[in-house]
Design a protein around this ligand. Structure first.
Ligand code: GDP
Length: 304
């Protein structure tokens, strides 16, 4: 999984500070912070975030009101471990966000719209989410509103058939807004409880793509908009998240390709920049390679 290397480096840095027989508490904390910061920067985490993490850990351990340097060895160790853990969780947790977690209700239609650039993993993730909600007892349908990319409907159709999820799309209708509206209306009429709308991700952040997102959103009035973000793209993730946030004001992020190896830190910075929580992560190409995201268990897993 992405970030395991980073996790190992951070764990090593923490262990170095814990095992330091040298009594110079300040020096060992500073050495640890230096190693943690280098690891985060190498993993593409934004420099501002790294420096704010560094000062908050330092403040809690050294500049705080209590004299942690004189604590017994074991308590000192516990404090260092807990402080680093909590601050790493804060980095990816959007506690200050005003966005409430989306909880779909049964016996009513909840429309979920996906946005994101082509290749991010939208179509794959739509089916994963559909399977997730179907397993929770919801009646789920998939709508393909990507009329731009040849083969998009076939891809969604194949995934949906494999997963046994009803789907809607068109080979002839060129307007994505029309297809989205028709699909949502059909599933609403048939009392589907979760209606997932896949959209186009064509072009690199071109105006037309964002206009299309706004039009589809106005037409289907989603209860939840999800942005799908490829975790392996590094620092550009931040810029991408900002651009989509302006047009589609998504309520949550799904990070895909967390099973890859590169640059997961960029995506973490994107999450922090957009102050939008991550709801799920994709950990592979298969339907069940999908997990609900929790900052605590994610950091725990990352640190090993
Ligand atoms: P879209 O253009 O955004 O709809 O992207 P697709 O759903 O077509 O996915 C693009 C590629 O990424 C496909 O080869 C998917 O199998 C792959 N993919 C999607 N999610 C994941 C993931 O979590 N892990 C891995 N390894 N590959 C993924």
């Amino acid at each position: 999984m992405v970030l395991l290397d980073l996790g190992k480096k951070i764990s090593n840095a923490v262990n170095g500070a814990l095992n330091n027989s040298n009594d110079d508490f300040v020096a060992s904390v500073d050495n640890m912070l230096k190693a943690i910061s280098t690891a985060l920067l190498q993993n593409d985490v934004n420099i501002k975030l790294v420096s704010s993490l560094r000062s908050s850990i330092r403040n809690k351990l050294i500049n705080g009101s209590s004299d942690n340097a004189s604590l017994p060895q074991q308590q000192r160790k516990n404090l260092i471990q807990k402080t680093v853990f909590d601050e790493l969780c804060n980095l990816i947790d959007c506690k200050s966000s005003t966005v409430q977690e989306f909880k779909p209700r049964k016996r009513t239609s909840n429309v979920i719209m996906f946005v994101g650039l082509q290749g991010a993993g939208k179509t794959t993730t739509c089916t994963k989410l559909a399977v997730y909600y179907a397993s929770k007892g919801f009646k789920v349908g998939l709508v393909c509103a990507d009329t731009f990319r040849a083969g998009a409907f076939d891809q969604l159709k194949q995934n949906a058939i494999k997963a046994n999820i009803p789907f809607y799309g068109s080979y002839s209708e060129p307007s994505p807004v029309k297809v989205a509206m028709e699909g949502v209306a059909k599933f609403k009429k048939e009392k589907f409880e979760i209606i997932i709308v896949d959209t186009s991700g064509r072009h690199q952040q071109e105006e037309s793509l964002f206009e299309e997102m706004i039009e589809i959103s106005n037409a289907v009035k989603p209860n939840q908009t999800l942005m799908v973000l490829d975790a392996s793209i590094g620092q550009v993730a931040e810029q991408q998240a900002k651009a989509f946030k302006e047009s589609s004001d998504f309520g949550s992020i799904i990070l895909t390709k967390m099973d890859g190896h590169a640059k997961g830190g960029g995506a973490i910075s994107a999450v922090a920049a957009s102050q939008t929580p991550i709801s799920f992560i994709g950990t592979g190409e298969h339907i069940h390679d999908f997990e609900k995201f929790s900052p605590q268990s994610f950091i725990k897993k990352m640190l090993g």
